[in-house]
Design a protein around this ligand. Structure first.
Ligand SMILES: [Zn+2]
Length: 496
């Protein structure tokens, strides 16, 4: 039963870390013919705003729920779980994964992110479409939660998967293809255990099979290899990995007889989750907090620790472990962290100081201090109201008769507030200056390559390209990655 409006199906292709300038270059050089054809047929936006932190788990949760981290509750790539008194690590790097235990990191990424951490009381795009009786499908994506039960796949990797304790069933879309762990039907496509460089090919193979056999109304086609390539070689090298993403897309549209024939039956959205910027210097956050006892991975005396420190590429979070010391320690930590070279801004929340006792956010940068809270007489570019005091220059904001215009930090107030108001976030949030990256808990970084995570536009502006979706992309306020799920649900004629 195809319930899509006009019988039209929809493919959402997420190209991880796709930088608008790199896409435009790949297209101009004739290296991405399918994306070029989609750009000719659709509408293109080069400044779709990511979440803060501009990291894949946070942005993927926003893309699939239509919510910011304050509501979807996935705060970063690495965070401290106060309830379980431990770090959660979603795979910043293989050394970081090893530092926290490979099995535990995989369990957190594959199972817990979807089934435990992502807000239970809000519906993903899959759940909303499943509830409406539509046929949903997804290739290996961090967020896959839907209404259909999937047992782990039986493959030649079964013994390895069993060793890693991937024995549990999950709730996913109707068709779920997650590395080789979940395979809702035989497609003849192998993912070789989700190895980088092979994943786009797997997605293209599965996508083509699903199109050929008319197996979905909504498909999330995940193309993650561009991010890995760009981390290693820098964002300027992205055209080479965009070629691979384009090939996967080509395979999918080819199954319907080419771009034109494909667009007769499908609407298409292609988007980034975030962008990337070059890394020229690295910072080790824990080294700058030597006055305090920092909780380490596999700490032998966790009860002695005063702080949990969570590097998230070009962002970071610090948690004060004793709640009674929080109010005293936060200003001291802000002062210390603000003085570290490469830390662009430090932000935290004060309880009860803002309007209605709801608390306000404090942001400290080299340009000064700024305090803000929701509600008030100033309006940002997305139409949200704020009360703001202090130095607007700190966030590169301009006040034009009460309208706050963004500079280097897209949707600065909205994204910072959503990050700070997330109940799982640290007591202090950091954003790195352009060029800087924080070393992760495995000692890994991308010096000489690329990274992301900051509030700055160099990580935050991504691609949004839409063909045949609802009323299109024309509007006065800037697009945000969390606008995509409402647009899709609306396109299917469902009221959420
Ligand atoms: Zn990345």
């Amino acid at each position: 039963v195809t319930a899509a409006r006009g019988g039209r199906k929809l493919v959402l292709a997420v190209i991880d870390a796709l930088a608008p300038a790199a896409l435009e270059r790949a297209v101009a050089e004739g290296r991405a013919p399918t994306l070029a054809a989609l750009m000719r047929h659709g509408e293109y936006v080069d400044d779709c705003i990511s979440t803060f932190p501009s990291l894949t788990p946070v942005a993927a949760s926003a893309i699939t729920t239509g919510l910011g981290p304050d509501e979807h509750l996935v705060p970063s790539m690495n965070w401290y779980h106060r309830g379980e008194e431990r770090y959660v690590e979603y795979g910043s790097s293989f050394p970081a994964t090893r530092a926290f235990g490979v099995f535990r990191s995989l369990q957190d990424t594959v199972y817990n992110m979807n089934l435990a951490h992502l807000a239970h009381d809000r519906r993903t795009v899959f759940e909303q479409l499943d509830d409406a009786g539509l046929r949903t499908a997804c290739t290996t994506y961090l967020i896959y939660r839907g209404r259909h039960r999937h047992e782990p796949a039986v493959t030649r990797y079964t013994r390895l998967a069993e060793a890693a304790q991937f024995r549990h069933a999950v709730w996913g879309p109707r068709e779920l293809f997650y590395a080789d762990l979940f395979d809702s039907r035989a497609t003849g496509c192998s993912s070789t255990l989700g190895m980088p460089g092979q994943r786009d090919r797997h997605a293209g193979c599965v996508g083509a099979h699903l199109v050929e056999n008319d197996l979905f109304d909504f498909l999330l086609l995940s193309l993650p290899d561009n991010d890995t390539w760009s981390h290693r070689h820098g964002p300027d090298a992205q055209p080479a990995s965009i070629v691979e993403a384009d090939r996967a897309l080509e395979r999918v549209v080819h199954a319907a007889g080419g771009v034109e024939a494909f667009l007769d039956e499908h609407a298409v959205v292609v988007m980034s989750d975030h962008s990337q910027s070059p890394v020229t210097s690295v910072v080790n956050l824990a080294e700058h907090l030597g006055n305090w006892r920092v909780l380490t991975p596999s700490d032998v005396a966790p009860e002695e620790a005063e702080l949990a420190v969570c590097p998230g590429a070009r962002s970071g979070m610090v948690y004060v472990l004793d709640p009674d010391r929080r109010d005293r320690m936060v200003p001291l930590l802000a002062e210390r962290l603000g003085a570290v070279e490469g830390i662009d801004l430090v932000a935290w929340r004060t309880d009860g100081a803002g309007p209605d006792g709801a608390g306000e956010a404090v942001v400290r940068t080299l340009a000064g201090e700024l305090r803000f809270a929701p509600g008030g007489d100033r309006v940002d570019e997305r139409g949200e109201r704020w009360s703001v005091e202090g130095d607007l220059a700190g966030l590169d904001l301009r006040d034009q008769d009460g309208l706050l215009l963004d500079g280097d930090y897209p949707d600065a107030l909205g994204r910072l507030w959503s990050a700070i108001a997330c109940r799982r976030a640290g007591d202090l949030l950091l954003s790195a200056a352009p060029g800087f990256e924080l070393v992760d808990w495995g000692g890994a970084h991308h010096l000489g390559g690329g990274s992301h995570g900051s509030l700055h536009r160099c990580d935050s502006h991504g691609v949004l390209l839409a063909c045949g979706v609802g009323s299109g992309l024309e509007r006065s306020r800037p697009w945000h990655v969390r606008d995509v799920t409402p647009m899709i649900v609306d396109g299917f004629g469902i009221t959420s």
